[in-house]
Design a protein around this ligand. Sequence first.
Ligand SMILES: Cc1cc2nc3c(=O)[nH]c(=O)nc-3n(C[C@H](O)[C@H](O)[C@H](O)COP(=O)(O)OP(=O)(O)OC[C@H]3O[C@@H](n4cnc5c(N)ncnc54)[C@H](O)[C@@H]3O)c2cc1C
Length: 443
Amino acid sequence: MTTREFLECDLVVLGGGMAGMTAAARAAGRGAKVVVVEKAADIGGSAALSGGYLWTATSLAQMNLHDDGDPRLHAVIIEEYPEVLAWMRARGIAMRPPQKVLYGRGCQIDMQDHLRKASSEVEAVGGIVVRGTETREIICEKGRVAGVVTTHPDGETELRAASVLIATGGFQGDPELRARHIHPAARVMGLRSNLTSSGAGLSLGIAAGGAWAGPNSGYYGHLVATPVPFRTDSDFVKYTQYHSIHGVLLNRAGRRFVDESDDDHASSQLTLRQPGASALLVWDQRVQDDHAVVPPVAGAEPLDRFQIAIGAGARGGKAATLAEIAGIADRLGFDGAACVAGLGAFNRQMSAEPERAVPPRETHDRALDRAPYYVLEVVSAITFTFGGLLADAKARVLDPFGEPIGGLYVAGADVGNVFRRGYAGGLALASTFAFRAMRTAGF
Ligand SMILES: Cc1cc2nc3c(=O)[nH]c(=O)nc-3n(C[C@H](O)[C@H](O)[C@H](O)COP(=O)(O)OP(=O)(O)OC[C@H]3O[C@@H](n4cnc5c(N)ncnc54)[C@H](O)[C@@H]3O)c2cc1C
């Protein structure tokens, strides 16, 4: 017989990553008794793997320009971001001074410090952080949430609470959900994320009456060398080809298919949709010296990403001349002659008429003409999904009619349609929605 124990608290948080631990600590700081339910053996999720750059766009207009997600949800990030940073500082979280990150601005925080302190803050006022625990159900009574039922080897626990926050980090860990919502090729893509975010929060939210926010095949990801399986946490960053914005991406037919200079994350999404779900990334010695071995953001480690990838068995090679690229491309299953022709056309356009390039090349519009050439086959690896639960700007989960479900909130990658194609910071998305949810819940 399954035994069931009962526990009362003010707030249950599902997921102990960036959104969950931020919300839990924020509520605990206001005296709330919080129970965090984490499925993995430890808290942290993708936040614990991250570089800790807590950044976002510098204005709503800038965010709207870079991403076509829901502008009302964009506004939550912009409005709460200064509050989150001030709170991090007030708690003494170690952080570096503000710096430029991608097109926005932010601070690199000591993530372990934040997660550790958040956990202590929850426990200091009688809360609990439970690990290795699944949630079977969100309990609804009289049209609003009343708690959750968790399962563990010793039985079940009914956690009674008037507020529940869903913060399980998206569905990138589930191949079938990726194939259904992103693209059939996404079924076998690389997972550049924690391994536990598999859409559980989304199905729990929908079972509790919440709605899916609608179609959204977008995701945050990067181009990585292939086939180099991620074995350790540091591999995520080592195999990421951030400098692709300075190179040229060619599909199997030798054609460019994206403005590479837009950003690596955007190129990654389009690479997934190319034949064979991969592309050839080519750069020259100038790009190698000025960008490939230079940290993509101040504070990150300088790495020779080409050497590291090739050393780990990645598909690619170095060519002494542009023409030599044909042999490497043919060997990798690309049309070598077409690739060389495509690169030649790109170089001529960049030298003479960059404005005629199709697809366009908005920035970094220089020919690749300093031998040798570096060639890597790259694939898209996913960090978190953009589709998720329908929510309003108060971080409340909405039903299919757009009505809030009393006491049910969502934060982080589980919030649907904040982003679509662009991206303005995963840690900022998580922590600002955590703040907004706690504000709405009265903590
Ligand atoms: C290598 C790498 C580098 C990154 N660098 C940056 C960076 O510098 N800046 C930035 O902004 N973003 C970065 N990110 C992205 C960022 O880490 C995520 O966007 C962010 O952590 C998402 O927050 P979240 O709370 O939604 O999910 P997570 O932080 O992943 O937390 C989700 C948590 O929910 C748990 N969970 C899943 N299912 C359940 C369940 N059923 N019940 C209970 N718990 C569950 C998971 O185990 C996890 O602990 C990086 C990510 C990676 C992988």
